[in-house]
Design a protein around this ligand. Structure first.
Ligand code: PLP
Length: 380
């Protein structure tokens, strides 16, 4: 019988983050003071416009770009759809070819599948056992028809960081625009667009201590990109829909807070403490999924050999973490990311993702360790 402590522990920050108290406080101020339509030129609209533009500046400051290069969206999925479909519809060439990877989030994979139905050719680059693409594979895949390369910055499941600078450099040498889905990396590792060398970059607010329903897309100045949502000329004609001063202010503040990455040292230390303790408990019956070093500092994805992640977690209802597999009636299906990394179905079935965040405490990590070691007593 488990005697583990019963306190609820949240270690699923890659799924979503709580709203930061600083962000919440900014939202309260905006709620009271800027209800107007940012497009209205009268006294009620101008404060709302000022809020939206100041938020745009904050997002731009985090990415090291101009505010005019930021378009507010509803989140990561919309930003990704905007780039993929926008480039496809802008170019309108026969045999349009898009290169991406096998480990992207469905918010990239599914729009690519959709574009395939419209005639696009899609190449999904393979990854190695740590989840990284080989830039040589990228070079080999480029054709005269390639209109876009989209490679995620950090993987949501295993945290592996891709060699974005190198890949973006190759894209530039071939005159091909380069997009990175940075939904998971913004606020965890540096994401300045000129250092990365990218032309488009996706931000998702709710992975960054802002609420759900807000995100942004960086579009390098001078690059033409068809709108995804047509309507009135909001966002300089790039994304129709009345801007929410409330949500943009939230994202702006979240980006302001995310400029200070010093807290990631503490998070990495806690994450590594969890890994060391699990390794001590499970010996060689636990393996790490993802790159040992080139990985988000908050993410630990492990496989408990001969166990099923969801069965294990069902016994720890107070621990909020994710598995790397889905249970169907007669079988366990491991995630496409683990499959692409060559993880076997048996090993993948035991995958569990722990992702830490700003509010994770040492005590919570100790509770997680205690709960798991009690449960796994005798497993080794
Ligand atoms: C890497 C990545 N891209 C895109 C998304 C989608 O973002 P949103 O939930 O804001 O649409 C997610 C969300 O899990 C993600 O992890």
């Amino acid at each position: 019988m488990s005697t583990a402590r019963q306190q609820q522990t949240y270690l699923d920050y890659n799924a979503t983050t709580p709203v930061d108290p600083g962000v919440e406080s900014v939202m309260r101020q905006v709620m009271g003071n800027a209800f107007g339509n940012p497009s209205s030129s009268h006294w009620a609209g101008t404060p709302a416009r000022a809020v939206v533009e100041s938020a745009r500046q904050q997002v731009a400051d985090l990415l090291g770009c101009k505010p005019g290069e930021i378009v507010f969206t509803s989140g990561g999925s919309e930003s990704n759809n905007h780039v993929l479909k926008g480039v496809f519809f802008t170019r309108q060439v026969p045999n349009a070819h898009i290169i991406t990877t096998q480990v992207e989030h469905p918010a990239i994979i599914e729009p690519c599948r959709f574009l395939e139905t419209l005639g696009a050719k899609i190449t999904c680059l393979p990854v190695d056992a740590t989840g990284r693409v080989d830039p040589d594979d990228l070079i080999q895949s480029i054709t005269p028809d390639t209109i876009l390369i989209s490679i995620m910055h950090a993987n949501n499941e295993v945290g592996t960081l891709q060699p974005i600078e190198e890949c973006a450099q190759m894209a530039r040498e071939h005159g091909i625009p380069f997009h990175t889905d940075a939904a998971q990396s913004v606020g965890k590792v540096p994401t300045r667009v000129d250092e990365l060398g990218v032309d488009f970059l996706t931000i998702a607010g709710h992975k960054l201590y802002a609420p759900k329903g807000i995100g942004a897309l960086y579009i390098r100045e001078g690059i033409e990109l068809e709108s995804l949502i047509h309507g009135a000329g909001h966002e300089l004609g790039r994304r129709a829909g009345t801007e929410s001063a409330l949500l943009t202010a939230a994202l702006g503040e979240a980006c302001e807070l995310a400029r200070d990455l010093s807290g990631m040292v503490r998070i990495r230390t806690l994450r590594d403490r969890l890994w060391t303790a699990l390794k001590e408990c499970c010996g060689d019956r636990i393996v790490l999924n993802g790159h040992p070093e080139e990985r988000l500092p908050n993410t630990l994805n492990v496989s408990f050999l001969d166990l099923q992640g969801n069965e294990l977690l069902a016994k720890l209802p107070n621990l909020a973490v994710s598995t790397g597999s889905a249970c169907h009636e007669d079988r366990v299906e491991i995630s496409p990311v683990l499959q692409a990394m060559g993880v076997s179905p048996e090993v993948g079935a035991g995958a569990v993702r722990f992702s830490l965040g700003r509010t994770t405490t040492a005590e919570e990590i100790d509770i997680a360790i205690e709960s798991l070691t009690v449960l796994l007593a005798g497993y080794r």
